[in-house]
Design a protein around this ligand. Structure first.
Ligand code: NYM
Ligand code: MG
Length: 211
């Protein structure tokens, strides 16, 4: 809780394949942090509520067709349109638990065959997370979890390529959590990682993605 000591909030990102448990775990983490009296908000990307987000949502639902580079830039724009709000929330002491971020942007587009450097470029200048929690689940296992929701990208062969690209993006801010463990075990690990991150980053400056 930055509040008491006047420190900034933490930018905590959850990443993983579709059906890796990110959304459930973000919700659980959020209510845990709120219960601790920590100023926290849950965010997600794509943020489907903005006008850019609505275009993304239609694309994912196969209701519109867009060129691969065009949709890539829309996903990025959807983060850019939230950057200043993100910064002011963090500086104001609110911790953000964010379901997907730039790593999804790069891993999913690169899995289509786009150049990784090209995919990273529009992300440069966005805020760097203090902690990235990667929920590691085998693509085959994820697919068994009640199936996919019928959106674009929700095919096991594609998800395997996404997983490879995620792997190549790992850096020192990443913590890999075994997402196939029981939900309560995963939840406990996330709580500890998040609490440590929040107390460690209070006096650290916000930085931009190092890409
Ligand atoms: N996705 C998500 C991307 O391809 N690029 C991005 O930048 C982001 C944030 O959108 N299959 C993909 C990953 C998912 C899909 O996300 C929708 P969700 O978390 O299912 O709403
Ligand atoms: Mg999904």
């Amino acid at each position: 809780n930055g509040g008491g000591k006047g420190g900034r909030g933490a930018l905590i990102v959850l990443e993983g394949l579709d059906r890796s448990g990110k959304s459930s775990q973000s919700a659980r983490l959020l209510s845990f942090l709120e219960g601790k009296g920590c100023a926290t908000e849950g965010w997600r990307f794509p943020d489907r509520d903005t006008s850019v987000g609505k275009m993304i949502s239609a694309y994912l639902a196969n209701e519109s067709q867009l060129d691969d580079r065009t949709i890539h830039l829309l996903f990025s724009a959807n983060r850019w349109e939230k950057r200043s709000l993100m910064e002011s929330k963090l500086l104001g002491g609110t911790t953000l638990v964010v379901d997907r971020y730039s790593y999804s942007g790069v891993a999913f587009s690169a899995a289509k065959g786009l150049d990784i450097g090209w995919c990273k470029a529009p992300e440069v200048g966005l805020l760097a997370p203090d902690l990235v929690i990667y929920l590691d689940v085998q693509p085959e296992k994820a697919a068994e979890r009640g199936g996919y929701g019928g959106e674009r990208y929700e095919r096991v062969e594609f998800q395997k390529r996404v997983a490879e690209h995620y792997h190549s993006l790992r850096d020192s801010t990443w913590k890999v959590v075994d997402g196939s463990l029981p939900m309560e075990t995963v939840e406990e690990q996330l709580r500890e990682l998040a609490m440590n991150c929040i107390s460690e980053c209070q006096d650290k400056q916000l930085t931009n993605l190092p890409w």
